[in-house]
Design a protein around this ligand. Structure first.
Ligand code: UDX
Ligand code: ADP
Length: 457
């Protein structure tokens, strides 16, 4: 009864939301999402979703059991599928050749071999995970090395969604990119993938290219975004030395229509599962081709990100009289940005670890990421507490540190917070989120990124 069967292998941050939106807009397609992680699949089926994403639970609830299914039976679903999206994880390699830089493709290769083994007919295999350039060729070779006489076409369709706005990004993408081989079967496969997106995306936003351009574009888009954040963060350091104000500089610079206003928010640095991983991947690829200057250029974007986090920690320690031993510090926010519970590469991890190494006692509050905080800081058990109530976190603290740009932090009652804290009471706003003048008037010493401190001492 369904026109086509779509399978997605990997029910993570990319696979889950993407397939939910495809199922929502394509009632004529059957969409199955499989994963080897039983708990994850059970959560997707239970309504208590494994990831927090505004608007996601509603669209999953609507399609679940109608044309959207979650299962752990990977092999069982492969052969029924016409189109297989692969969105398994591609972390940075931690061992051997390219350790710390190259993408670890073991999950991808396992998946390719699994597809091959379980298939009795040819299929379109779509790369959804971010992969190094030319992966499609390698995957294609594995898939076509069969004696079943079947052919697989590998298409690249990178996902540009950002966490926290995944559903909006999937509903209204700036563009959908589909890369395929120039052969007749490559172009036919490409059209089948285009057909999916045509259900809700205007034609002019669906762009096609060759496979390599598509794979590379994803890495480059993330590298450019991260580069903007690092660029503005270097200028924040200069602003702190010169009494210029980074918010004013970013506004003035961003109003140049050639530059544009987005991704110019200075802060404690970028996090998330993609930026660092993709840039390191890009540098690894450049090095492989002997392009060392190119590699050094992009590596610096990651280095500046660490520098910015170190700078923020120094700002805290030096202003708190060069010692935080035994001092309670409230950390507001642990996720890598607002509206997500994801803590992967969150700047809060490094900031908290550095403060804990200085023997501070942390009270961590985050609306969605306390579980992740507990996991990341496991080695420091006993030195921090997890607080569901921000007022509890701040009570008795010497300082409040804003590590994530959760909007709700700006509407808290800071007079109440001030009254419950040790004095002098400090706020270190690592996201330039709060109304600093108001905080200063309440009595806080306010320190921020790229802007003069409002200090009483
Ligand atoms: C990113 C890309 O935006 C997305 O297109 C890609 O598919 C995956 O990687 P994501 O990691 O979800 O998405 O978050 P993003 O909104 O890009 O933010 C990344 C980090 O940069 C966050 O830690 C954020 O706080 C930080 N950031 C972003 C800044 O510090 N300043 C800014 O101006 C923008
Ligand atoms: P992303 O952010 O790219 O979506 P995640 O780590 O959130 O990455 O999700 C990747 C998912 O892929 C995980 O849930 C993991 O269990 C799943 N996975 C990895 N290897 C396989 C495999 N061989 N078969 C099925 N699922 C897999």
């Amino acid at each position: 009864m369904f026109k086509k069967n779509i399978l997605c292998i990997g029910a993570g941050y990319v696979g889950g939301p993407t397939m939910a939106v495809i199922a929502h807009h394509c009632p004529d397609y059957r969409v199955v999402v499989v994963d080897i992680n039983h708990d994850r699949i059970q959560q997707w089926n239970s309504g208590n979703l494994p990831i927090y994403e505004p608007g996601l639970s509603e669209i999953v609830a609507e399609a679940l059991g109608k044309n959207l299914f979650f299962s752990t039976d990977v092999d069982g679903h492969i052969d029924q599928a016409d189109i297989i999206f692969v969105s398994v994880n591609t972390p940075t390699k931690t061992f051997g050749l390219g350790a710390g830089k190259a993408a670890d493709l073991q999950y991808w290769e396992q998946t390719a071999r699994q597809i091959l083994k379980a298939s009795s007919t040819g299929k379109i295999v779509v790369e959804k995970s971010t992969l190094p350039v030319k992966t499609a060729a390698a995957i294609g070779r594995i898939l076509d090395s069969n004696d079943k006489g079947i052919h697989f076409e590998v298409v690249s369709n990178p996902e540009f969604l950002a966490e926290g706005s995944a559903i909006h990004d999937l509903e209204h993408p700036d563009r959908v990119l589909i890369g395929a081989r120039p052969t007749e079967s490559g172009q036919a496969a490409m059209l089948q993938v285009v057909d999916i997106y045509r259900h809700w995306i205007p034609e002019e936003r669906i762009i096609t290219s060759n496979v390599w351009s598509s794979e590379l574009s994803k890495l480059v888009a993330n590298a450019f975004l991260a580069q903007r954040v690092s660029s503005i963060n270097t200028i924040s350091a200069l602003c702190e030395k010169t009494n210029a104000d980074i918010e004013e500089v970013a506004k003035a610079v961003g109003m140049d229509s050639r530059i544009g206003p987005k991704f110019l928010k200075a802060g404690v640095g970028f996090g998330g599962s993609c930026f660092k991983k993709d840039i390191l991947n890009l540098t690894y690829i450049a090095e492989n081709y002997g392009l060392f200057e190119v590699a050094r250029y992009w590596e610096q974007v990651v280095e500046i990100n660490s520098y910015q986090q170190r700078r923020f920690v120094n700002l805290i320690i030096t202003n708190m009289f060069n010692t935080i031993v035994g001092k309670r510090i409230a950390i507001f926010g642990f996720s890598f940005k607002a509206d997500t519970g994801d803590v992967r590469e969150s700047p809060a991890i490094n900031v908290c670890q550095a403060l804990l190494d200085e023997k501070a006692v942390l009270a961590i509050h985050d609306p969605k990421a306390l579980e992740g905080a507990a996991q990341e800081l496991g080695d420091y058990a006993g030195q921090f507490s997890l607080e569901t109530d921000p007022y509890e976190a701040a009570s008795g603290a010497h300082a409040v540190v804003i590590a994530t740009d959760w909007n709700e932090f700006s509407t808290l009652d800071y007079k109440r917070i001030y009254d419950s804290m040790e004095k002098p009471a400090f706020i270190f706003d690592g996201r330039n989120l709060l109304d600093h003048q108001k905080l200063y008037e309440i009595g806080f010493s306010v320190h921020r990124i790229g802007r003069p401190s409002l200090s009483r001492i």
